[in-house]
Design a protein. Sequence first.
Length: 125
Amino acid sequence: MILFIQCIVGCLLFTLILIPAAKNPVKYLSMYPNGVQKAVRGLPQYQNLPSAKSSKMSATVIQGLAFIIVIDWLLFCQKKQFRIAGTEHMDKEYKNYFYHFKVFLKGIVLGLVVSFIVAIIIYLI
């Protein structure tokens, strides 16, 4: 029963992460393939974006939470709601499954670290 509750909470947290990404995908630009990032930074309406380094840090945290690759492939590769305005035509870049797999592996590593810390805290309590 506890595992079931943990799964539900995990799904809810994952959903809470995806809602802002669907409403304003450019905020999570560093989660997109390099070709899309370059194209977006070249568009006039996105000239005032924060530096790639600062947005990459916040995206790294989000990637650690969003570690389910099937969801990543289904949403970011397929759904038009997650595409950034002005780059809708870049199907090949968005459907770069290898890029999403690499991001998935980074998320797994980060998830393992966080899980290890939480396990230690729970053990000590």
